[in-house]
Design a protein around this ligand. Structure first.
Ligand code: HEM
Ligand code: CA
Length: 336
């Protein structure tokens, strides 16, 4: 097949000239939003808002336009929804960039997420398609799952948006580059795994360990005991890791980090297209930077052993992981 190659005025090479204007925007976001292409809080939050925007979609009733940017444009409405707690920070951080650049709100949110994820070593290079029209209205409340929801209702919400259980679990790889500010407000930036700056399988591993303590003043609503000091565990992640409908999909991400990365890439593309007419979009994926490879391999946290693993899938043998050397340590918060 022939791939077109176009040289942009700034020397970048892409397959479609319509994508050239994205390079200066990429540069601005990397320097001024992501603090020099860091996989930190703003990159994490750019991914979270991309989910919260896109999931405002249903195959069965009108709850919103999907990945249309309504969460930015109609933030007065959507930020009042309980499940959007903490999203105000990233709306405030992204709005000046959105206003400065000539992208629709839906394109802006999905572009920023793809760029932010690219800053995390080990991540897939997410696809980015350009050309979403402006949002028409705010999404309805209750489209975003909550950490205190049960597995049945979480899977029902994902199904209603077009995602099977295996696809919902694939999207939860996002929590490998994530932290919570609002679940326990006394300890902002508390990560969901020991490596919030790396897109690795530690999240899927560590959620299967026996819980022993709360990192702050918990338990709070939607929080259950975590295995490592300084780590937050959501009740929803705990349940999905162990439920018979999802446990084998969860463990598949432990057994194969390659599957984890590829499945996340596929499902993020699907998420980014909810409510959109793909025939009107232009593939500008070649503007997204290539993430660095991940350093290190899957392991158990120091101080733990295979006896602490609550393996919940009888079809797959849990891999013989070894623990980091030394005594149990704690995980530092994500501060910026
Ligand atoms: C069962 C589904 C899900 C539930 C219940 C859930 C819940 C949560 C909660 C409670 C937080 C912490 C918010 C805070 O206290 O600041 C969080 C953070 C986050 N979530 Fe999810 N989430 C789900 C699925 C997803 C999906 C599908 C994605 C992306 C594809 C995603 C991406 C993130 C990211 C990146 C963060 C960290 C944000 C940051 O560090 O600033 N989540 N999630
Ligand atoms: Ca991680």
């Amino acid at each position: 097949a022939l791939t077109r190659r176009v040289t942009c005025p700034d020397g970048n090479i892409v397959s479609n000239q319509k994508c050239c204007f994205l390079f200066p925007i990429l540069e601005d976001l990397q320097t001024n939003l992501f603090e020099g292409a860091v996989c930190g809080e703003d990159a994490h939050s750019a991914l979270r808002i991309a989910f919260h925007d896109a999931i405002g979609f249903s195959l069965n009733k009108n709850v919103g336009g999907g990945a249309d940017g309504s969460i930015l444009v109609f933030s007065d409405t959507e930020l009042a929804f309980h499940a959007n707690g903490g999203i105000d920070d990233i709306v405030a951080a992204q709005t000046p960039f959105f206003q400065k650049h000539n992208l629709s709100a839906g394109d802006f949110i999905q572009f920023a997420a793809a760029v932010g994820v690219a800053n995390c070593p080990g991540a897939p290079r997410l696809k980015f398609l350009l050309g979403r029209p402006p949002p028409k209205a705010a999404a309805a409340d209750l489209t975003v799952p909550e950490p205190f929801d049960n597995v049945t209702s979480i899977l029902a919400r994902f199904k209603d948006a077009g995602f099977a259980p295996v696809e919902a679990v694939a999207l939860l790889a996002s929590h490998t580059i994530a932290a919570a500010d609002e679940v326990d407000p006394t300890i902002p930036g508390t990560p969901f795994d020991s490596t919030p700056g790396i897109f690795d399988s530690q999240f899927f591993i560590e959620t299967l360990l026996v819980g022993s303590q709360f990192p702050g003043t918990g338990p709070h609503q939607g929080e259950v005991a975590s295995p490592i000091l300084g780590e937050m565990r959501l009740q929803s992640d705990f349940l999905l890791a162990r439920d018979s409908r999802t446990a084998c999909f969860w463990q598949a991400n432990v057994n194969s980090p390659t599957f984890m990365r590829d499945a996340f890439e596929v499902e993020m593309l699907k998420l980014s297209l909810l409510g959109q007419d793909i025939s009107t979009l232009t593939d500008c994926s070649d503007v997204i930077p290539v993430p660095a490879p991940v350093q290190g391999t899957a392991h158990l946290p120091a101080g733990s052993s295979l006896n602490d693993v609550q393996a919940s899938c009888s079809l797959l043998k849990f891999p013989t992981l070894t623990a980091d050397p030394g005594a149990a340590t704690s995980v530092a918060p994500v501060t910026s």
